[in-house]
Design a protein around this ligand. Structure first.
Ligand SMILES: NC(=O)c1ccc[n+]([C@@H]2O[C@H](COP(=O)([O-])OP(=O)(O)OC[C@H]3O[C@@H](n4cnc5c(N)ncnc54)[C@H](O)[C@@H]3O)[C@@H](O)[C@H]2O)c1
Length: 355
């Protein structure tokens, strides 16, 4: 197949793990590495992906290669494999806007080139790079910067994957603009490969399938990477709480009894994320069932597994002349798709779409 040329908006932890997953696939295209849910997405293999550039604002990353940017101390994603040829791809400056608002401003200094960058420079670069897909991996809550990237991709005619909880694929007006321009958008908010939301919705659906009635649930998440540092600021985390509730609602949970979101930054956890889940449900004769689960994962590789599907689905949708938000791809891969579905239906829709 033709290569899929991917540009990353945000050269942080998820970008590092995704680039490594691609490098691992490129090094041995015939292998099926652990965590690769779909070997083929409409004929596209993960080894068909090329990470051709990233945008960032961090003075320690801008102007450097991807390999060097991911080796800076602010990136806590584990370096499992070398990046290969894509490791030489450049990190380009982007407008800072609200990208470093809140606690991130205390650990990241903006590059001079980013202070001078304009949205039209992003559009121009995307066209010159002949990009197929832009993956937005900016800090949660950086609404202006995230919107700027969506607009820049739209102007360049390039498909968007929105890994953040910002409303893009759920924004009807924005999706109409993408549809009118013949451009695909997938989002919002990555559902991690085997993360808190995936486990939580699977447990809820199991209870419902046995006729139990879930009465309340909570999900507490702590971690030590910059995503968790950023989410420690309530003004940045609001969309994450909404997004997690959307996913639990789609699994059949009543809105009033959900509490789920990022609940603490613990620096020494670095890229380890710990999730505590509780579900209380009513069973036969009113008897009570309680489930308590602790899930520990490496946060960023968990995102890479889903991005690996999303970029290929975005390219496939473009090949099929689809445009706007494609719910058959979004419902499985994102916590807040335009129309949420129970996991089983979402998986069937996705597998039907990519077969
Ligand atoms: N880790 C997961 O499994 C997961 C799951 C779902 C969603 N997400 C979302 O993905 C996003 C990225 O997460 P991450 O862990 O990679 O975060 P991160 O903090 O490691 O990376 C964010 C990057 O964006 C850069 N940035 C800030 N402002 C910018 C701007 N204006 N232009 C370009 N770059 C800018 C930062 O310098 C940093 O390199 C977050 O919104 C997170 O909530 C992650």
């Amino acid at each position: 197949m033709k290569p899929i040329r991917v540009v990353l908006a945000g050269a942080g932890n998820c970008a590092s793990s995704f680039s490594q997953f691609v490098a691992q696939a490129q090094a041995d295209p015939a292998a099926t590495p652990p965590g690769l849910m779909c070997r083929s997405v409409g004929g596209y293999l993960l080894s068909d992906v090329r990470v051709v550039a990233a945008f960032d604002v961090d003075a320690t990353k801008v102007g450097r290669s991807l390999s060097d940017a991911f080796a800076t101390p602010v990136v806590s994603a584990t370096a499992f494999v070398p990046l290969g040829a894509d490791g030489d791809s450049p990190v380009l400056p982007a407008p800072v806007l609200d990208g470093l608002a809140g606690p991130l401003g205390g650990v990241v200094q903006p590059a001079d080139a980013a202070q001078d960058a304009r949205p039209e420079d992003v559009t121009k670069a995307l066209i010159e790079l002949e990009a197929d897909v832009l993956v937005i991996m900016l800090p949660t809550g950086a609404s202006r910067a995230i919107r700027m990237f969506a607009d820049a991709a739209l102007a360049a005619g390039i498909a968007v994957v929105n890994a953040t909880p910002e409303e893009l694929a759920r924004d009807e007006a924005l999706c109409r603009r993408f549809a009118d321009a013949g451009v695909v958008i997938l989002g919002d908010d990555l559902r991690s490969h085997l993360g808190a939301t995936t486990l939580h919705t699977a447990l809820l659906e199991l209870l419902l399938s046995r006729g139990l009635v879930p009465s309340s649930t909570y999900q507490l998440n702590v971690g030590g990477n910059t995503d968790f540092l950023n989410l420690a600021d309530p003004t940045r985390s609001a969309s994450k709480f909404t997004s997690k509730a959307n996913a639990l609602r789609a699994a059949g949970m009543d809105d009033a009894s959900i509490a789920a979101g990022p609940t603490g930054f613990i620096r020494h956890l670095a890229d380890t994320k710990v999730c505590f889940l509780n579900i209380t449900a009513t069973s036969v004769l009113g008897s009570e069932v309680k489930i308590d689960v602790k899930l520990t994962v490496e946060d960023s590789p968990n995102a890479a597994g889903v991005i690996a599907n999303a970029v290929r689905a975005a390219r496939l949708a473009t090949d099929r002349a689809l445009s706007g938000a494609v719910n058959d791809a979004c419902a499985l891969l994102f916590k807040s798709p335009p129309r949420g579905l129970p996991e089983g239906e979402a998986r069937a829709a996705f597998l039907g779409f990519v077969s």
